[in-house]
Design a protein around this ligand. Structure first.
Ligand SMILES: Cc1ncc(COP(=O)(O)O)c(C=O)c1O
Length: 436
């Protein structure tokens, strides 16, 4: 390493330690913010970012490739492709299923994709963005997931795929739903954005579906600032994902590489002349959804801490769950049977019969600097963007409506301390005791 670089990085470490001293002012109940989510970044993360910047690795490069192979191994998939967000990962995964290269299995406009009504919008948006029709099913309270029975009831003659998120880290019945997908020749995409490290039947979520997506936004289990990933063990799908991510091109050379296949000037595709440069042959109507090497460099140092992040999330969730057990008028969350969630948040639903409003409880917590969030969109079908969009609903969306009115979540991310979590518990208890 050059002397100047070593000096800069040494200063970066010192700067980080100085910043941490300022940050570490101690917890003051009611004054210190208890965020619902956030990135936990250490000295190594700061150094990784600065190193990538010093090396001017500004586009996807060495760290991106390294991260993709390490993350694929970690999630037990053969291939991972980095993207610039989790939303892009979902767009890419679903768009891949429309590829002409899938021939008869290709999804075509008007085909139906089963999903849930209560969730994050960009799990659903790629269905509409590809001219497909979302079919919404309800979820259960307590797990906030749908069931295989509801998905099965929604399968019709036009159904071609299923895309569902593991709700706030809690796995849906993914083994049963993957079996349904296989029995009915449907594709399954697991939106694993909130659930990295969760298991179902002892197997990692994200390892059941044809395709899996992850988000690296700061709220998630590991962060790159912005970023996401599509994973699959199907090599044909992986090629399609890469093509659509990288402008739709047919060539699979990495940026900066040329002619890895040694056939760059020998292809004849479409009605192009023989030998047209393969780097500029486009087999898909693609996007550019790539991430940068700065993001990947951060991803690598974050990945080294993933196990400890997951442990902390589980510990924090358990502390809230034990602390709030037995509190009246609150519907407390439950792990889906046969699962071990790597939690994203701690979800609370105020019983509709409670003598207080959800908003009053939320206002009380927020006044104590305890951050709350909604279970994302609640019932998506009630939002202006979706009211006139083509869709089908199977069964009632009664619980999605309850979620829209009565549900919120608080944080379990690794940046929270026991003191903070105990303050959350005592605040909720105090509110319910005085208003219940
Ligand atoms: C379930 C789910 N899917 C997709 C996304 C989108 O990820 P991103 O914010 O990286 O676009 C999120 C974001 O939080 C999410 O919770």
């Amino acid at each position: 390493m050059s002397e100047h670089k070593a000096l800069v990085l040494d200063e970066v470490r010192k700067y980080h330690q100085e910043q941490e001293q300022w940050r570490d002012a101690g917890f003051v109940p009611g004054t210190t913010e208890i965020w619902p989510s956030g990135a936990v970044l250490d000295e190594d993360d700061r150094v990784a970012l600065v190193t990538a910047a010093l090396d001017l690795r500004i586009a996807a490069g060495m760290s991106s490739r390294k991260f993709e192979s390490a993350f694929a191994r970690r999630l037990k998939r053969r291939k991972a492709h980095l993207t610039n967000s989790g939303s892009s990962a979902n767009l890419l995964a679903l768009s891949a299923l429309t590829s002409p290269q899938l021939e008869d299995r290709r999804l075509r406009p008007g085909d139906e994709v089963i999903t849930v009504a209560a969730g994050f919008p960009t799990t659903v948006n790629p269905i509409l963005q590809n001219g497909l029709v979302p079919v919404f099913v309800d979820v259960d309270l307590r797990t906030y997931n749908t069931t295989a029975a509801r998905v099965e009831a929604a399968i019709g003659p036009k159904t071609r795929a299923i895309i569902i998120a593991h709700a706030l880290g809690n796995p849906f019945e993914v083994a049963e739903i993957a079996q349904l997908a296989e029995d009915h020749d449907l594709f399954l995409i697991e939106d694993n954005c909130d659930a990295v490290g969760s298991t179902y039947d002892g197997r990692l979520t994200g390892s059941f579906g044809d395709l899996t997506t992850v988000s690296f936004y700061p709220a998630h289990h590991l962060t790159m600032g912005e970023g996401g990933c599509v994973l699959t063990s199907n090599l044909a799908l992986a090629r399609i994902v890469e093509s659509i991510r990288d402008w739709g091109r047919d060539c699979w050379c990495e940026p900066g590489e040329s002619n890895k296949c040694l056939k760059r000037f020998t292809y004849q595709m479409g009605t192009l002349p023989e030998g047209y440069d393969h780097k500029y042959i486009f087999s898909h109507v693609g996007y550019n959804l790539k991430a940068t090497d700065l993001q990947a460099a951060l991803g690598l140092t974050q990945l080294a801490k993933l196990d400890s992040f997951i442990d902390a999330r589980r510990r924090n969730w358990r502390r809230l769950r034990d602390g709030l057990d037995g509190v009246p008028w609150l519907i407390l969350p439950e792990a889906t049977p046969n699962s071990d969630p790597s939690w994203f948040g701690f979800v609370l639903t105020v019983d509709p019969a409670a003598p207080f409003l959800r908003s009053a409880l939320v206002d009380f917590l927020e006044s104590r600097k305890i951050g709350t969030r909604r279970l994302f969109a609640g019932n998506l079908t009630r939002h202006p963007a979706y009211i006139d969009a083509p869709h089908r609903v199977v069964g009632s969306l009664e619980n999605s409506d309850i979620i829209t009115e009565q549900t919120f979540w608080v944080g379990v991310y690794p940046g929270l301390t026991d003191e903070m979590l105990d303050y959350v518990v005592s605040s909720v208890r105090e509110f319910v005791e005085t208003h219940g």
